[in-house]
Design a protein around this ligand. Structure first.
Ligand SMILES: C[S@@+](CC[C@H](N)C(=O)[O-])C[C@H]1O[C@@H](n2cnc3c(N)ncnc32)[C@H](O)[C@@H]1O
Length: 315
């Protein structure tokens, strides 16, 4: 178990250090390919994202399928890449008889949690998930694919630990962007919000260089099918405005939350860009141009949220 020395520093009892610092930000030591920070600004970004997804699901983190799965009796739920644990804790509050385990690379979770909520430190990328076959009724993995090198293998692991009929719920932000409802690729060279698009191209290239498949979000259904372990596979796409232009109140809130989350994401990716060898001056310019487009764009920026769910096949 980690001990909390103070708010900023965690050491395991065996002296293992969970964090290192680079460029004034904190990162996890366990998985060198997950290059997003693990500090207070990043936790703030998770919170914005959590609120955004709730709005997408009409104010409820748990769509009907989750409620059906956990309806009666004792159940076990796993939240992979739990972050601060917002989803896990809310699930415990709503379904008090459910045992929820949240796993993450770093101990950044809430300290006081409901009795059946447990957080563990584990790298879903490096090893098999440390749970027995058919143990869980529900596995949730949200915004975690950029930390998983072999996503098909990860899905097979989830298939192994889910009971027959158990639910897998995957939610991933698409790493491509849209402007005036047109995808990046449809803009002629030099057209559109260039600074914004260049930032996202750079992000995808960095992930690709690290070994991450950046097409995972748009292929969730296909990837689930290819495991041969799931049935009732469904895929949904949420159009997420970025900014303050929507007229409808709910969409305006989503747009504001996404805008604030992206405002935090831009500087958070600087260390990743530098780590693949981009010169500091270019990185600063890429971030500055993207910030300019985010703050002053004449385009209606938007992004996409990819959601997929399926049930574990009986063997
Ligand atoms: C963008 S955050 C999302 C947090 C939370 N799932 C949410 O939706 O609010 C991604 C989280 O996944 C964790 N993560 C990334 N790769 C991981 C891996 N291979 N194993 C376990 N956790 C991982 C990160 O440490 C981070 O806390």
């Amino acid at each position: 178990m980690p001990t909390q020395e103070d708010d900023d520093e965690y050491l395991a009892l065996d002296g293992y250090e969970f964090f290192y610092e680079m460029q004034g930000r904190k990162f996890n030591t366990m998985n060198p390919t997950y290059m997003l920070p693990a500090d207070n600004e990043e936790i703030q970004r998770f919170t914005l994202f959590h609120r955004l997804v709730k709005w997408v699901f009409c104010g409820n983190s748990f769509p009907g399928l989750v409620q059906e799965t956990l309806e009666s009796g004792e159940h076990h739920v796993l939240d992979v890449g739990t972050g601060r644990g917002d989803w896990a804790v809310e699930l415990c509050d709503m379904f008090p008889s459910v045992h929820v385990t949240g796993v993450d690379l770093v101990p950044i979770q809430y300290q006081e949690v409901p009795p059946k909520c447990l957080f563990e430190i584990w790298d879903a990328n490096a090893h098999d998930l440390p749970y027995g076959d058919r143990h869980f009724d529900l596995v949730h993995a949200r915004a975690v694919h950029t930390g998983i090198l072999d996503y098909p293998r990860f899905l097979c692991q989830v298939g192994r630990i889910l009971r027959p009929g158990g639910l897998i719920l995957l939610i991933e932000p698409d790493l491509r962007q849209w402007a005036n409802n047109k995808p990046e690729l449809k803009f002629k060279q030099g057209a559109g919000p260039r600074g914004w698009f260049t930032f996202w191209e750079t992000y995808r290239s960095c992930l690709f260089a690290i070994g991450i498949d950046v097409t995972v979000p748009q292929r969730l259904k296909k990837l689930l099918e290819e495991t041969n372990m799931f049935e009732q596979i469904e895929e949904l796409e949420g159009e997420i405005p970025v900014g303050f232009y929507p007229i409808k109140r709910a969409l305006l809130t989503v747009g504001q939350l996404q805008w604030m989350a992206y405002d935090l994401l831009l500087p958070a990716l600087k260390p990743m860009f530098l780590s693949v060898g981009l010169p500091e001056a270019s990185v600063d310019q890429i971030v500055k141009d993207a910030q300019h487009d985010l703050y002053y764009t004449k385009f209606k920026l938007s992004s996409r949220l990819r959601i997929a769910h399926a049930r574990r096949r009986p063997n």
